[in-house]
Design a protein around this ligand. Structure first.
Ligand code: ZN
Length: 181
């Protein structure tokens, strides 16, 4: 069904080794979701700086979300600093569903509902995306002990420590910040 232009642009920020397969995967996802929701990639690549900024939220910088009396700076968003997430190497993406709430063809309401079958095919849309991503060999954060339902990554057998070391040693694809895999 509908392809999301923002997602197509974000796919181009992924590591060159996965770009084409993720584009093909996204095609399949778009074909699979035929109802009131489409899939957007909320995040793909995050630079070290962007990751550090995200880490600071709820710690040293205010996050408007999740403010309480006990937590005046709002919710903590991530435990990973720059270089500690597969996003920093273009090897991860996070999904969100966009719903056409008013039935007017505009998919503009974000949804993290993992159990809703928006297209009436007997399977929750979120899990349809999971199935397709796994077929392409991606690991899903929903399978972890501390679940991260929107998150998918492909590690190529390398830890973030290894990949970070490579970046710092300049073992990157020429002219880029992507580690050689
Ligand atoms: Zn993620």
């Amino acid at each position: 069904m509908s392809k999301d232009k923002i997602t197509l642009d974000r796919i181009q920020l992924l590591h060159p080794a996965v770009r084409n397969e993720v584009a093909a995967m996204y095609d399949q996802i778009c074909n699979a979701l035929t109802g009131f929701a489409i899939c957007r990639f909320a995040y793909t690549l995050r630079t070290y700086k962007e990751q550090d900024d995200l880490f600071d939220l709820g710690r040293t910088k205010a996050n408007p979300n999740g403010k309480t009396a006990r937590r005046p700076l709002g919710s903590v968003v991530t435990n990973a600093r720059g270089g500690q997430s597969y996003h920093n190497f273009g090897l991860a993406f996070d999904i969100v569903l966009l719903k056409d709430e008013k039935g007017n063809g505009k998919f503009n309401k974000a949804s993290w509902e993992t159990n809703v079958d928006f297209d009436g095919d007997g399977r929750a849309d979120w899990l349809e995306v999971v199935t397709i991503a796994k077929q392409f060999g991606w690991e899903w954060g929903g399978d972890w002990r501390f679940t991260d339902m929107p998150h998918f990554q492909k590690t190529f057998g390398k830890s973030v420590v290894e990949l970070d070391r490579q970046i710092k040693a300049g073992q990157v694809i020429k002219g880029t910040r992507y580690p050689i895999l």
